[in-house]
Design a protein around this ligand. Sequence first.
Ligand SMILES: Cc1ncc(COP(=O)(O)O)c(C=O)c1O
Length: 401
Amino acid sequence: MSYDFDAVVDRRHSDSVKWDRYKGRDVIPMWVADMDFRCAPEILAALHRVVDHGVFGYAHAPDGLTACLLGRLRERYGWTVEAEHLVWLPDLGAGLHLACRAAGDEGDQVLVMPPIYPPFLAAPKRSGRQRLDVPLSLRNGRWAMDLDAVARAITPRTRAVLLCNPHNPVGRLYTAEELRGLMDLCRRHDLVVCSDEVHAELTLDADLRHVPTAMLSADAAARTITLLSASKTFNVPGLRCAVAVIADEGLRRRFRGAFAGLVSGGNPFGYAASLAAWRDAEPWRLALVDYLRGNRDLVERAIADTPPLAMTHVEATYLAWIDARALCADNPAALFEEAGVGLMDGKEFGAPGYVRLNFGCPRSLLREALDRIGRAVGGATIGHDAAIAGRQRPGRLPGSL
Ligand SMILES: Cc1ncc(COP(=O)(O)O)c(C=O)c1O
């Protein structure tokens, strides 16, 4: 079966958070992380079945969904998870907050590695914890966890690490070796790890394999809360369904205890869509990853040809993290918005001067956005050093790709 990811779906009248931000304006929205593709036919059919039933009472996760997820984790990663280790959630954001509350006490520290998806920055404080920032490092054109800095930063009050793998926004898929380094520190300092792996099935480089943090060792399994969802990969984030995998009984009890009337379970649409996604929509996912890989290559070439903008290679996710610091703009996101492209401001991720571009959209839209970015940079004031560097690299306009 072939899927038409080039089809442009008009989302302007669908109460879309992404599109309505720029209602009535000629701005291509490439900010919040949902994609502009219709989802897999198998998911649509499953949702129709729920609608046709016509009764929408409270729902629990279907047995078939649990069995399907456990089978998928075993097949993809060789990861054996027991049904009782699963805690279903309405979304991953709730999972991040619950993880902070499940680790330590009020005033304890939760370590995060910016630049990072904004709720990672908000969750510790909202959960009565202190946030301990240890920025990623950029070495040889590759973002990485700075494990030496992590080791130095940990104090007796540090209780947890919020890990994002693949990492939103920098698009890194951490290697087993990098993860082992982190987990070794967590073992030595007895830290809980919340490993958000929602983008794992959006690994774009064919030679890379996602390694679930909890699989690294028995110790890692016992201290890890893994957050998963079909939402990003299968483009159903609005249906609100996620799951935490927590092998350790005590940690699971503390996590559930933190619900405290604030978090409810899932809903029939989210469960049905997740089951159809994981059980039936693998051909769609493979075609999607192929298409996103093409979009990723287009973005990387366009940005390389638009100095002084720069970006690193995106190994996974549909997000490009673009360094716009050499533009003399207080707020590069505003500059691009003015030029008709809605990006996320790096400030929200803890890194002013950067912008995040969501390339989960039909290629025609992406080309138009890259054209506009090229024109915006052409008209912007560029820092002196960057201008010299730019002159040394004769650039093609993104539109010529
Ligand atoms: C790493 C990561 N975690 C969590 C989320 C949010 O998921 P949810 O809408 O289920 O809270 C996102 C959304 O972009 C994300 O990229």
